[in-house]
Design a protein around this ligand. Structure first.
Ligand code: MG
Length: 367
């Protein structure tokens, strides 16, 4: 059940926001300069409000979802379905579904004065009160820039450094330089499905914690062959979309580490269930990032605080990505730890003034 009852939902609002990023974020699948997100507000009949986030990218380059499509799907299918009391019944579109589910879960928990992280903990074990995340650094123009950024993040206490890479020789040289400069740090790379045998052979000699998504999302047999050949653990991100794809990947041996994002698998509860299954199968698990606003970031942090997440998450403080988040900023302490928000529900909500500043489209729907 996603809401207390169908008639308890008084109103749903969709808010499309444009959040400028502090620095453009480059990966194998493109460049993000402005984060184009959809926030969903669900208001219950008693006035309790909950928020969810659709973290799809502006263009369908990471997965098939994108912001324009998600807006239409939310407006035409998921919001009317919620107001009619239906569970999301569309095929695919996990990020749009996660937004609706997230808003309903947040509202329901707030009404009961209960925290999301505690609620997840009743099923998945006692959560940590704070986590020390790693950092993901996009492709840079020069290796000097990259060295500077890595030095700054390590000084801030990052638990792991992950570099976005392609088979381009400059990217591979940059990873070699970072390893040579800091021989002892936990270092990983993310190929977003772009890596070939030659680049993998080179990366395999750099004592990496894992190589993420070397092969295209649906190439699980190829990924299994890579995982057998490499000494470095293979991590799967885009490949894992459901319990079915996770079980296929585990059966094939397509990866030894699983990256889970609530957005990518339809919400935080399915993500926690997948994390449990992966850990029980002997995999390492961590929570990946989607350049979320504070709304999505708080949900990802709640997942990262669970004991089923065994490796440093990618979910850092919001101040790394945006100068002025839509919520109060999620910050790290001097040792690099991020405290899980403490209020009911996710513990965060958009600030009305800031929401007005960054909103580019709004739609209110009532039963
Ligand atoms: Mg990834």
């Amino acid at each position: 059940m996603i809401a207390p009852s169908a008639d308890a939902v008084a109103e749903v609002e969709l808010v499309r926001v444009h959040l400028p990023l502090v620095t453009p974020f480059r990966s194998a699948h493109g460049v993000e300069e402005i984060r184009d997100l959809i926030l969903v507000r669900v208001e219950l009949a008693d006035g309790t409000t909950g928020w969810g986030e659709c973290s799809a990218l502006a263009r369908p380059t990471y997965t098939a979802e994108h912001t324009d499509g998600a807006w239409n799907l939310l407006r035409d299918e998921l919001v009317p379905g919620l107001l009619a009391g239906r569970e999301p019944d569309v095929v695919g579109h996990p990020m749009a579904v996660a937004a609706i589910r997230g808003a309903c879960t947040d509202a329901s928990l707030r009404r009961r004065g209960r925290r999301l992280v505690e609620d997840l903990g009743t099923v998945h074990g006692r959560p940590a009160s704070r986590v020390r995340p790693g950092v993901v650094i996009g492709r840079t123009d020069t290796t000097e820039q990259l060295v500077e950024m890595v030095a700054a993040r390590l000084a801030e206490g990052a638990a792991l450094v992950k570099l976005k890479v392609t088979p381009h020789p400059d990217d591979l040289d940059a990873v070699r330089t970072i390893r040579a400069t800091w021989p002892g740090i936990p270092l990983a790379v993310d190929g977003n499905g772009s890596l070939d045998r030659r680049s993998l052979a080179l990366l395999d000699g750099l004592d990496l914690t894992y190589i993420e998504q070397p092969c295209p999302a649906d190439a699980l047999v190829e990924s299994a062959a890579m995982a057998r050949r490499l000494d470095t653990p293979v991590a799967l991100d885009e490949s894992i979309t459901s319990m079915g794809t996770l079980e296929t990947a585990l059966t094939l041996g397509a990866g030894q580490v699983i990256n889970l994002k609530p957005a990518r698998v339809g919400g935080v509860r399915p993500a926690a269930d997948l994390a449990r299954t992966a850990v029980d199968a002997g995999c390492g698990v961590f929570v990946g990032g989607m350049l979320e606003s504070g709304v999505g970031r708080a949900v990802a942090l709640a997942l990262a605080a669970l004991p089923v997440c065994t490796l440093p998450s990618d979910v850092g403080p919001s101040t790394r990505y945006v100068a002025d988040d839509v919520t109060a900023p999620i910050v790290a302490d001097q040792e690099g730890y991020v405290t899980i928000p403490t209020g009911p529900g996710t513990g965060v909500a958009p600030r009305p003034d800031r929401l007005d500043d960054v909103a580019v489209d709004r739609l209110i729907v009532r039963p």
